[in-house]
Design a protein around this ligand. Structure first.
Ligand code: LLP
Length: 422
């Protein structure tokens, strides 16, 4: 469910604001986000839990725009962060430190020290050397570092090999037996305060079965640790719930996910945490782009050349991801259609959004919207080919704000001081 719909005038709007109007004033390409959709998705996820009140630590990596983070923070979201930059973003957007989780396979000493100084709720450790580093840094500061151990349950899940994280040959977390050993070790280290265990097995997961299997294994781990006399207060079950990029298969609803979790955790007294990213923001955003022209090959192939490119939305190039592409002006029922390869202007064949897609007939100047682009869209954008960083707009009812302006070419060039000897 989202708030991008065709209005009576035949134009697609985000809530009460026409996408064409935004394209006119802000220019294209541009990301547009819907506050109502963000609110709805957070609320649906939160309300999926009946017997627990989990910490919902929004995974900032999906969309780290400050206004998006603040919208969710105002609803009670925490933040799952993976770098000093993300911790700073979470704090700047008003997420209280005691709702910030710091995850990631390669935290530097400087980042761990920063997280301790910021007073984050918990540092999720992924390896033994990282634990040793944290113990030293916390000891130097004369503090006890609150931590969880990230477990790799050796269960594969996720929409693409590049985003599966829960198998033992992935770089993430430690095995179940390692987790037990490290938890005991942390319990016996003065500068460490182990409070829980964590897992995250992949992203764009459309089947609850592997998650259920992983969560059962995590519950068993908690019970073993407690059986050995250790205190385990928190269980972080990660993110990963998929969203509908296609009409089918429908991914499980947050409601079904919540019921599954509560069934698996029935009777276990523990503070649950989740790190959802995509499921909160994907459907809350579109990328609006203008058709530059249609390039027709003599053999008949038609390239729809857009002003958006792989630097603005890299998911198709990187994960062969599918995004629905809709004309911003609603085509009539009987509108003629054509088959296009939809491409951007970047100088490599990888800059292809889709091949052989049947779309309503389009012409130079028309606007199109890439749907379900709120997650891992702007957050993964770059200036490749010296294209200006794509701007972002947040809509709320009838009003909108540019929440990341398009830089100027001067901004871009002035970031690079010329080497003195040149
Ligand atoms: N927690 C951890 C430790 C993670 O590594 C991730 C995502 C999340 C939470 C949030 O997962 P989500 O709920 O969004 O599935 N760029 C890729 C997705 C990469 C996901 C990386 N980790 C894409 O565009 O599909």
């Amino acid at each position: 469910m989202n708030h991008f719909d065709y209005q009576a005038d035949g134009q697609m709007a985000c809530e009460g604001v026409s996408l064409a109007a935004i394209a006119e004033t802000v220019g294209t390409p541009v990301y547009v986000y819907s506050t109502a959709t963000l609110v709805r998705h957070f609320t649906v996820f939160r309300d999926a839990f009946k017997t627990h009140t989990p910490l919902i630590a929004y995974a900032l990596k999906a969309n780290s725009n400050l206004s998006v983070i603040r919208t969710l923070a105002k609803l009670g979201a925490g933040a799952d962060t993976v770098s000093e930059g993300e911790i700073r973003r979470a704090l700047a957007a008003g997420v209280p430190a005691d709702r910030i989780v710091f995850s990631g396979v390669g935290k530097t000493g400087h980042e761990l020290a920063f997280a301790l100084d910021a007073g984050v709720a918990e540092i999720n450790l992924e390896s033994e050397p990282e634990m040793a580093l944290l113990a030293r840094i916390a000891a130097d500061k004369s503090v006890r570092a609150t931590l969880a151990i990230r477990v790799n349950p050796d269960i594969g899940a996720g929409g693409h090999a590049k985003i599966s994280t829960g198998k033992s040959d992935n770089k993430f977390g430690v095995s179940m037996s390692e987790a037990e050993r490290l938890y005991a070790q942390a319990s016996n280290t003065a500068s460490l305060n182990p409070v829980g265990v964590a897992c995250h097995i992949g992203s764009q997961i459309t089947d609850l079965a592997p998650m259920e299997q992983a969560f059962r294994a995590m519950r068993a781990l908690v019970e073993r640790l407690r059986g050995d006399g250790m205190s385990v207060e928190r269980l972080d079950l990660g993110g990963g719930l998929g969203v509908p990029y296609f009409d089918s298969p429908e991914p499980p609803s947050p409601g079904a996910f919540g019921s599954m979790v509560e069934k698996v955790m029935d009777g276990l007294d523990i503070q649950l945490a989740f790190e959802p990213g995509r499921v909160l923001v994907a459907n809350a955003g579109v990328l609006v782009s203008r058709v530059i022209h249609i390039h027709e090959r003599p053999e008949g192939k038609k390239f729809l050349v857009l002003d958006a490119a792989m630097n603005d939305l890299i998911r198709p190039a990187m994960y062969d991801a599918y995004h629905d592409i809709r004309p911003v002006e609603q085509p009539g029922e009987a509108a003629p259609r054509d088959v296009y390869d939809v491409v951007g202007p970047i100088c490599e064949t990888g800059d292809t959004f889709t091949r052989d897609r049947t779309l309503p007939l389009l012409k130079s100047g028309d606007l199109v919207a890439f749907m379900t682009a709120g997650a891992y869209g702007a957050a993964m954008s770059s200036e490749y080919n010296s294209r200006l960083l794509v701007p972002e707009v947040l809509v709320d009812g009838d009003r909108y704000a540019v929440v990341r302006p398009r830089p100027t070419y001067d901004d871009m060039l002035s970031r690079e001081p010329m080497a003195g000897w040149l």
